[in-house]
Write a protein that binds this ligand. Structure first.
Ligand code: PRP
Length: 208
């Protein structure tokens, strides 16, 4: 049978997941010396690791070409999809927050506010929940620039330590949702490879 295939979000979530594999004393030599290789093997765990961008982790798991995935709750909230979210891995912790210029009253006045964000769906839902009409401007990175350049009244973005906001004269107005890394599973794999997947997830949970 082919190995269980897991897609990891490249970067920090990948490193933290490899840390869990090391705690389980899996042979991580390929993962630790990967060079530019994108599919890596953990031979003693009959596991194949695929390295991908966050949103692509969801795509590969949804399509069943990967059985499992490790992806941030931020990406899950923004892109959704049909898969099971089985475990909160507890790392990659941060918050979605509404933020803007320090000392400003975001809710002041009646004009429609403009929000800059990499996460338009999360932002839309947040303000729908408040029954508040807003305009969204999609930004690809360093979203903090938008209120500084007066393109927007505020941002909805990820805040981890808060230092990016602080060093740019911005502050959190309101927290939107907590974020951490999640393990997701393909809906067919859960049934077809139930035992293997359950036992793998249990092992991971035992070292969290
Ligand atoms: C993220 C996020 C904030 C920053 C928050 O950006 O979009 O800009 O980290 O972290 P902090 O609260 O610890 O300062 P990232 O570094 O991923 O870069 P990007 O904005 O270009 O996506």
């Amino acid at each position: 049978m082919r190995p269980i295939r897991i897609a990891l979000t490249k970067g920090r979530l990948e490193k933290d997941t490899v840390g869990l594999f090391q705690k389980l004393e899996y042979d991580c030599s390929e993962l630790l010396n990967k060079g530019r290789k994108l599919i890596l093997s953990v031979p003693d765990a009959n596991l194949e690791v695929v390295l991908a961008k966050a949103a692509d982790v969801i795509t590969y798991v949804e399509h069943g070409v990967c059985d499992l995935g490790v992806v941030g709750k931020d990406t899950i909230m923004e892109y959704g999809g049909s898969f099971f979210e089985v475990t909160d891995l507890g790392f990659g912790k941060c918050q979605f927050a509404l933020a803007g210029e320090k000392g400003k009253d975001f809710y002041e006045g009646y004009s429609v506010k403009t929000i800059a964000t990499k996460y338009p769906n999360v932002t839309r839902r947040f303000f729908e929940g408040k029954g508040m009409d807003i305009e969204i401007v999609k930004i690809e990175g360093s979203v903090e620039l938008a209120p500084l350049l007066k393109l927007s009244n505020a941002i909805v973005d990820i805040v981890e330590t808060g230092s990016t906001l602080k060093e740019n004269g911005l502050e959190v107005f309101e927290y939107v949702a907590p974020i951490s890394a999640r393990m997701i599973v393909n809906t067919a794999s859960v049934k077809l490879r139930k035992q293997e997947i359950e036992s793998f997830v249990e092992k991971i949970e035992s070292v969290l």
